[in-house]
Design a protein. Structure first.
Length: 639
């Protein structure tokens, strides 16, 4: 049988048509048997947003609607005893009528409680709960059943792509090594989305556009960036069917017809179901987008983190795919690889807006798993086009992916990976992760970032890396000790959100701190009266559009940096600063930037600081206080 299938595999590729094996039944039976054995021995991992998916599954199984009712919570307690306490707290919060019952549950416009994730994956699990108990399995092994069923669909799609049972099974194995083994037992839709996306990519290359649209659309309902498949599917078809010597228009007509366009429209239509449901239930296109994302999070640093972070980036999850991209690629393979990389990046960018970046990951982060599927497809396409399997790339990919799996199982998402720990020990300045990643992994627990906190990482008792926020007015003293601040030559690396990394030894110098009201700091104009409110409320408000300071200097100790500590009022966010007539531009003074002090003539004893405010306003409209305040100055630090 396999000889016949291999003969079919050598047939040439014609305009994206599938290579059909003599029979699919033997392969389907073999794959189903392997997956059934895996189902029998595997233990489900109730990770990720399992409470949401479990409750939606029970709700859909009990009354065919996704709203969460008290009886659904009670039934889920019985099925998932470890989560009984958390479910009881949810039940109590829902009974109070709160708009938000718990982080993953929100009251809809109809007064009912819904999970904030969509219910396509739980709907499949609800069907599985009707079947798996018949085999003597626990009801909540249904998620594992759905995940493995998705792998079966993927295997059949790969059989159609390759026309070879051996190569299709190799493709399934590569998928398992590229994240499938890490997330296959999770009770959340990572496996569902990744396998459906890869199956859609395979079917797109073998001429099954409606099945392509269905699978990609379902994957996008849980991970919305996958909807970009609707745009990239025709481009991948065009690359795969391209004939040199034929014009662009002719190639487009050959590769992308009405059925292919219909497949892309089907992807968008199925994805739109989640948007329409959110609009109906919550009045917004995405309740998750409203509650758990921010466009400000989408930074180049985060994109670099998703790709190359040593704890959870794509590079530690699919190093084999990264390496194989470096192998010589020509013709159609180069085109496919190029479009695949663009598709991965197009999916990665919208994922950057999520608040919880140091997610509950197994090795590489969950977003990186499905974002890597176009890269895996590009490699599978190369295998498809080769009459003989390319030994060197296969060995590289397989070896690196096995190493990746072993590496991923050596740590968890609140500890440093062995690779990250090695780099921290030998070259800490080379690894400056997203602040959330460093904060939680350095401290070994999930917790919110606190700008007033300083985090550190030690190797054999020696601190090699520290992280602080520029909004922390006392960071210099906390790091260096009383009366000391960080020296200008302290090696720092900027991270997002005002966070700074210090690598290696600290370099400290004596600080010159002058509180408002002390001699040496003259309020030369544009200021209100000095207030003594204690702690953060001792200082002086500006009054008007401009203000001036005159700071006494010791001619023997010329400062090179100046920091104005304080906070803004109302809509004020910036101040134009001039020091001794040198314009330093608009500065966010509440972020405590270090302002460069221009070199003054020897013997100068006063430093002149002029401030121009963006939006002075009344402290409280309608009240007797008619000051026009903008910035509350607490103290000045020089070094």
């Amino acid at each position: 049988m396999f000889r016949t299938l291999r003969q079919h595999a050598r047939a040439s590729y014609r305009n994206g048509e599938p290579r059909r094996p003599a029979s699919t039944a033997p392969f389907a039976a073999m794959l189903a048997l392997l997956l059934a054995l895996l189902y029998a021995v595997a233990t489900p991992q109730h990770s990720g947003d399992v409470e949401e998916y479990a409750l939606m599954t029970v709700a859909l199984a009990r009354h065919a609607s996704p709203d969460i009712r008290p009886a659904d919570i009670e039934a889920t307690k019985v099925l998932l005893p470890p989560f009984a306490d958390a479910l009881s707290r949810l039940e109590q919060a829902c009974a109070k009528g709160s708009e938000q019952c718990a982080p993953g549950f929100w009251r809809g416009r109809d007064g009912r409680v819904y999970a904030i994730h969509f219910f396509a994956y739980p709907a499949l699990a609800a069907l599985a709960t009707k079947v798996v108990p018949l085999a003597g399995a626990p009801a909540f092994k249904a998620f594992l059943a759905v995940n493995l069923a998705c792998v079966f669909v993927l295997g059949m799609a790969l059989l159609r792509l390759f026309g070879s049972a051996a190569r299709a099974m190799l493709g399934v194995l590569l998928f398992v090594l590229c994240g499938g083994l890490l997330y296959g037992a999770w009770s959340s839709p990572e496996m569902f989305s990744a396998s459906a996306l890869l199956a859609a990519l395979a079917l797109n290359a073998s001429g099954a556009p409606l099945r392509v649209g269905l699978l990609a659309g379902l994957a996008a309902t849980h991970n919305p960036p996958i909807v970009f498949f609707a745009v990239f599917a025709p481009l991948l078809r065009l690359c795969g069917a391209w004939r040199s010597g034929t014009g662009l228009a002719a190639n487009v007509r050959t590769a992308v017809g009405m059925r292919e366009l219909a497949g892309s429209l089907l992807t968008i239509a199925i994805f739109a179901l989640s948007v329409l449901f959110n609009q109906w239930a919550f009045g917004v296109p995405s309740i998750i987008g409203k509650l758990a994302t921010s466009a400000a999070m989408a930074t180049p640093n985060r994109l670099f983190s998703l790709l190359f972070d040593l704890n959870q980036g794509m590079v530690v999850g699919v190093p084999g795919l990264f390496a194989v991209l470096l192998f010589g690629q020509r013709g159609r393979a180069a085109c496919i690889a190029g479009v695949a990389v663009l598709f991965s990046m197009a999916m990665a960018v919208p994922a950057l807006v999520a608040y919880n970046w140091n997610s509950g990951a197994q090795g590489m982060m969950r977003y990186a798993f499905w974002c890597a599927m176009p890269l895996l497809f590009a490699f599978l396409w190369r295998l498809r086009e080769s009459a003989r399997l390319p030994a060197a790339p296969l060995v590289v990919v397989a070896t690196l992916q096995v190493v990746s799996i072993v590496h991923a199982n050596a740590y968890n998402f609140v500890s440093m990976s062995p690779l990250a720990a090695f780099v921290m020990a030998h070259a800490p300045a080379a690894y400056n992760p997203d602040p959330e990643i460093f904060h939680e992994r350095a401290n070994g627990q999930e917790s919110a970032l606190d700008p007033q906190r300083i985090d550190s990482y030690a190797v054999h008792g020696t601190v090699v890396k520290r992280m602080f926020n520029v909004a922390n007015l006392n960071a210099g003293t906390a790091l260096c000790g009383q009366g000391q601040v960080l020296a200008d030559d302290t090696p720092m690396t900027a991270a997002d959100g005002g966070w700074r990394y210090i690598n290696g030894r600290l370099s400290c110098v004596p600080a010159i701190d002058i509180e408002v009201g002390q001699a040496g700091l003259q309020l030369a104009g544009g200021w209100s009266h000095v207030e003594h409110g204690g702690a953060l409320w001792s200082g002086v408000w500006s009054d008007g559009a401009r203000a001036r300071l005159a700071i006494a200097l010791d001619p023997r100790q010329r400062p090179t940096r100046l920091v104005l500590h304080g906070r803004y009022h109302g809509a004020n966010r910036r101040t134009r600063v001039s020091i001794d007539g040198t314009d330093l531009g608009w500065q966010a003074l509440d972020q405590a930037p270090e302002l460069v002090v221009p070199k003054a003539p020897d013997g100068a004893w006063l430093l002149s600081v002029e401030l121009e405010f963006d939006a002075p306003n009344l402290p409280a409209p309608g009240q007797p206080d008619q000051r026009h305040i903008a910035f509350f100055l607490q103290k000045v630090t020089m070094h």
